[in-house]
Design a protein around this ligand. Structure first.
Ligand code: ADP
Ligand code: MG
Length: 239
């Protein structure tokens, strides 16, 4: 489905990502783990062509991913976005449909129905006229997920969707991930919290600039791998 080959990224002379190769299958939820600054966000941004100084190949169904961005729904890390401007929940969720709708056209009835259904699915339809900046972190994250759902993409990439969210949001998100997997979607979810329920993930990728390990959580969450990734034995307790 999705193939990443020899992906490297440098910011000036600093190498943030070094020769990362991995594959992701349809119907699979893959967790990308690693400490802060290990290149997780950099990896997905490079995959999507959002970072220039990247080398490597990223193919979706055999063709460059960057030529098929309509097939991808990407939710950036919340801390990297300034959500202080007064845009409504409805418009945030509708943004993802812009490709289908065209920037200056009225959204089609189909787009409106998709966005409504997606907001209902995450329990945020009643909030549609509220400003995104007035919501809690968990509510914001659910609105972004609704936008991703409304896009009806093959591949969903979420950067730290569980950071500072409430239990309710967390369980809604994992429920939705299961539904998407049943529809053969591919899900990449970045996290740095090993205290999370790792059993949700079909596979894990452990990153620290390079791939430390990938595979089942039993293959990945070994003492040696965690030491290599986190440089801190205390983390064994969390795992
Ligand atoms: P993670 O998402 O795993 O926390 P990032 O991908 O955000 O890590 O960052 C990886 C490394 O690259 C960090 O050391 C970070 O400081 C650096 N970095 C990220 N973005 C930039 C940038 N735009 N310019 C320079 N360095 C950056
Ligand atoms: Mg990050």
């Amino acid at each position: 489905m999705l193939l990443v080959q020899n992906l490297s990224v440098s910011y000036r002379s600093f190498t943030a990502l070094n020769d990362v190769s991995c594959t992701f299958d349809a119907g699979e939820l893959v967790g990308i783990f690693g400490p802060n600054g290990s290149g997780k966000s950099t990896m997905v941004k490079a995959m999507l062509g959002l970072i220039r100084s990247a080398t490597g190949t990223v193919l979706l169904k055999g063709k460059p991913l960057t030529h098929q961005l309509s097939q991808v729904a990407y939710v950036p890390q919340r801390s990297q976005i300034d959500w202080d401007y007064p845009v409504t929940v409805w418009n945030v969720a509708m943004m993802s449909r812009t490709l289908q709708t065209g920037l200056f056209r009225q959204p089609s009835r189909q787009s409106r129905e998709r966005v409504k259904a997606a907001l209902e699915r995450v329990g945020m339809y009643e909030y549609r006229d509220r400003s995104i900046s007035d919501l809690s972190g968990g509510q914001q994250q659910r609105v972004f997920l609704a936008g991703a759902l409304a896009k009806e993409a093959e591949l969903l990439i979420l950067d730290e969707p569980f950071a500072a969210v409430d239990r309710k949001t967390e369980s809604i998100m994992f429920e939705i991930f299961s539904e998407l997997k049943a529809q053969a979607k591919t899900l990449l979810v970045i996290s740095h919290d090993l205290g999370e329920i790792l059993g949700h993930y079909d596979r894990m990728l452990l990153l620290n600039k390079r791939v430390i390990a990938q595979g089942s959580r039993y293959e990945v969450m070994t003492k040696d791998n965690l030491l290599a990734a986190y440089d801190a034995p205390v983390r064994f307790i969390a795992a």
